[in-house]
Design a protein around this ligand. Structure first.
Ligand SMILES: NC(=O)c1ccc[n+]([C@@H]2O[C@H](COP(=O)([O-])OP(=O)(O)OC[C@H]3O[C@@H](n4cnc5c(N)ncnc54)[C@H](OP(=O)(O)O)[C@@H]3O)[C@@H](O)[C@H]2O)c1
Length: 485
């Protein structure tokens, strides 16, 4: 297939997710490509890149927006899944893929590039089965649209869920008692190599559907842990035992890694079966791409984390069919509030805003950190994220970023930061910081669910009194310190 000298119009779906965010950066480097994104919330698009791309707001369940997104496009990337949407994810994935394929055919799109998972149907987990079904649906009408289905196993990159699990286990546990599945074979791959295959897929001169399995050398999960330890210069001992059930293993991951129970359970389920390449199409059709070795991928990921160059994280997606980016109206509906107002005098507003944007993560919450940690542990206990997600970058925030157990839902430079609580709560909560003239207004909003919601709010009032009273002062102190240095 050749496209001649014309510019090529490419659509990325899932553009606010782990792979999609990185793919858009790489595709923007190609001057012959016009990029369009389909996103559920345009505020989540990287503001530095937004003006370089066309953005269509919508999702794959809304036919009209879908038609608008694919109109005039040559190639589309399908990087969507509904795993975070709850028990119904398989049905949603099916409908989403059918809608997308049909919209592409109706618009005359030539090619869909889809990234799915490695593995075979016979031993696949529920999640992998749904990924396989998605690939089958997208490729079901080859006479009308071509599909290149790239299949990857464990992706190693800064911020990927699998790598965060490996990194946390290795860094936190000198001795690891592991389930038997550490002997399961797998073929991991560096995230940059995944992107290279995806990018090369839009240019590939090939007729008809193609499935391309990608990965570096074969290894056992246990070897992934020990090689990562070696790469990090740590001595670690792994003892596989037969008694660790998948449920226990998931609790284990919950305790020591940033992933919540639902994701841990799905990953453990996936680890039980082999995820190795079933074809040699990667070397046959993309001989120019030489995937780097696992150890190198680990070192690259660590380097990105150390250099604060994490471009995307596993928790960037909203994780549900309904986007978590809320509107003002939601907050207005909150019936319980804790509001603090502080006059910060002649400190520059930008300094206050910069201090606001550096809360949480490794530097903590400026005050009563033990109470924040305790709240994080309670959240973990109930299957939530706890504080372990930390932050993507120590000072930079963007809409959609996870920040401990919060999600950034609004950012107005030097004006406002709004966080939505993602901890397990009997209600909905936000923490808002507003800069008005020389005043900082900090408001915790809570919309309780029934009597339990109200009981929760009143039972934590004494803690709120301490934490919120001091938080606003400490933010101003922090800004003051920065001003005087
Ligand atoms: N990450 C890995 O380690 C890995 C490994 C192997 C294969 N893969 C495959 O790679 C693909 C992308 O994965 P990922 O890790 O990048 O996913 P991700 O981080 O969870 O992102 C999912 C993206 O899909 C969007 N989305 C979900 N439902 C949508 C809908 N109905 N309409 C429009 N957008 C929707 C989300 O938007 P919001 O931001 O609004 O939520 C988000 O941008 C998947 O097919 C996955 O199976 C990933």
């Amino acid at each position: 297939m050749t496209y001649g000298p014309l510019r090529k119009k490419i659509l990325i779906t899932g553009a606010t997710g782990y792979i999609g965010r990185r793919l858009q950066i790489r595709l923007l480097e190609n001057p012959a490509v016009d990029l369009r994104l389909l996103v559920r919330n345009r505020n989540k698009v990287n503001p530095q890149l937004g003006h370089e791309m066309e953005i269509v707001e919508g999702d794959t369940f809304q036919q009209q927006q879908l038609a608008q997104a694919v109109a005039g496009v040559d190639t589309t990337y399908y990087l969507i899944h509904s795993m975070g949407a709850g028990a119904d994810f398989e049905r949603l994935d099916r409908t989403s893929a059918e809608n997308f394929r049909d919209a592409c055919i109706a618009a005359g799109v030539k090619r869909i590039v889809y990234l799915g998972g490695l593995g075979v149907k016979e031993s696949a987990s529920k999640h992998l089965l749904s990924r396989i079904e998605t690939g089958e649906i997208l490729s079901a009408r080859p006479a009308e649209i071509q599909t290149i289905w790239v299949r990857a196993g464990v992706i190693i990159g800064s911020g990927s869920a699998s790598f965060e699990i490996i990194r946390n286990l290795v860094q936190k546990l000198p001795l690891m008692i592991t389930p038997r599945w550490v002997t399961t074979q797998t073929q991991p791959i560096a995230v940059d190599d995944v992107l290279s295959y995806l990018i090369a897929s839009h240019d590939l001169d090939y007729q008809g559907n193609l499935v391309v399995d990608i990965g570096c050398g074969r290894m056992k999960f246990g070897e992934m842990l020990s090689e990562a330890a070696e790469a990090m210069g740590l001595a670690r001992f792994i003892i596989p035992v037969p008694v660790l059930t998948p449920r226990l293993s998931a609790y284990w991951l919950l305790l020591f890694t940033p992933v919540p129970f639902k994701i841990a359970a799905a990953l453990v389920e996936g680890l039980k079966s082999e995820t190795v390449m079933q074809n040699d199409h990667a070397v046959r059709y993309f001989p120019q791409i030489r995937p780097i070795a696992y150890r190198e991928a680990v070192l690259q990921a660590i380097n990105e984390i150390e250099q604060h160059q994490v471009l995307s994280r596993w928790c960037d997606s909203s994780g549900g069919a309904v986007c978590d980016i809320t509107t003002q109206e939601d907050i207005a509906a909150a019936v319980l509030r804790d509001q603090r107002i502080y006059d910060f005098g002649d400190i520059a507003g930008e300094k206050i805003y910069a201090a606001l944007c550096s809360i949480g993560g490794e530097s903590g919450w400026f005050t009563y950190n033990f109470l924040w940690k305790l709240r994080g542990l309670i959240d973990k206990f109930f299957g939530g994220f706890g504080l372990n997600r930390g932050r993507r970058d120590p000072t930079d925030l963007r809409v959609g970023d996870a920040l401990d157990f919060w999600k950034v839902v609004d950012l107005k430079p030097n004006k406002r930061l709004l966080l939505l609580a993602q901890m397990k709560l009997p209600g909905k909560a936000w923490l808002e910081f507003d800069l008005q003239g020389h005043t900082l207004i900090q408001t915790a909003h809570f919309y309780p669910r029934g009597i339990w919601g109200r009981l929760y709010w009143y039972s934590v009032l004494p803690f709120h009194f301490l934490v919120f009273r001091d938080l606003i002062k400490k933010i101003v102190n922090q800004a003051e310190k920065k001003t005087s240095t």
